[in-house]
Design a protein around this ligand. Structure first.
Ligand SMILES: C[S@@+](CC[C@H](N)C(=O)[O-])C[C@H]1O[C@@H](n2cnc3c(N)ncnc32)[C@H](O)[C@@H]1O
Length: 201
């Protein structure tokens, strides 16, 4: 199983995925971590952004938003919908070579519903690369999926504790861990839950 398998799954379902993502309310999605979101505008990075509705929401609040999305159809939809206020990059975890080549750091990095697509060999380098992109005083906000995924978009089980321990090895400490139900009725019926983490430097 490779990153390519997951990305092909999203590419093949891109029409459905675009509609689904654009139906989400970013404020409702981020409600579990609302108390730790930055109160002043800064540099934010949305990794595995899909159509970038989360990056767009931060951009509307004055943040300099960058969205990373490796699936062309999703990225192009995002560029069409909000290319005026979000910088778009074609890059992927675990290496994030394009982002790292910018030699920038970010006050906020968001991974919403992305971490589950990395297997146990990919999570350590992904966390190392993400942590190096966090500015002093900044944070990663990341949702950890519990429960099954679609067969065509493989997911790999991990826990909040394992994620917190991995972040700790790169100088990040947990500021908040909040449980949340899935926003999607189909996923709720399958027993999907999330733990939202704020991992701060
Ligand atoms: C469930 S969707 C979440 C999209 C959006 N963040 C949201 O919360 O609705 C997962 C996204 O992660 C992207 N993705 C999957 N594997 C990735 C990887 N290795 N690196 C970067 N993005 C990845 C997919 O293309 C897809 O856009």
């Amino acid at each position: 199983m490779t990153v390519e398998t997951v990305l092909r799954g999203y590419a093949d379902a891109s029409a459905d995925q675009i509609g689904r993502m654009e139906g989400f309310d970013p404020a409702r999605l981020l409600a579990p971590v609302m108390t730790v979101l930055p109160t002043t505008a800064g540099r934010m990075l949305d990794v595995g952004a899909g159509t970038g509705y989360v990056a767009g929401w931060f951009a509307e609040q004055g943040h300099e938003a960058t969205a990373v999305e490796p699936v062309e159809a999703l990225r192009q939809a995002g560029e069409r919908l909000r290319g005026d206020r979000v910088r778009w990059l074609d890059d992927r975890l675990p290496h994030l070579n394009v982002v790292r080549a910018l030699r920038e750091q970010f006050d906020l990095i968001v991974l919403s519903a992305v971490w589950q697509h990395l297997d146990e060999t990919m999570r350590p380098p992904a966390m190392a690369n993400l942590a190096a992109l966090v500015a002093d005083g900044g944070q990663i906000i990341l949702s950890v999926r519990h429960g099954p995924g679609a067969a065509t978009r493989p997911v790999f089980a991990t826990t909040a504790d394992e994620t917190i321990a991995l972040a700790g090895r790169h100088g990040l400490s947990v500021r908040l861990a909040a449980q949340a139900e899935s926003l999607q009725a189909g996923n709720r019926a399958m027993g999907v839950r999330w733990t939202w983490l704020s991992l701060a430097r």
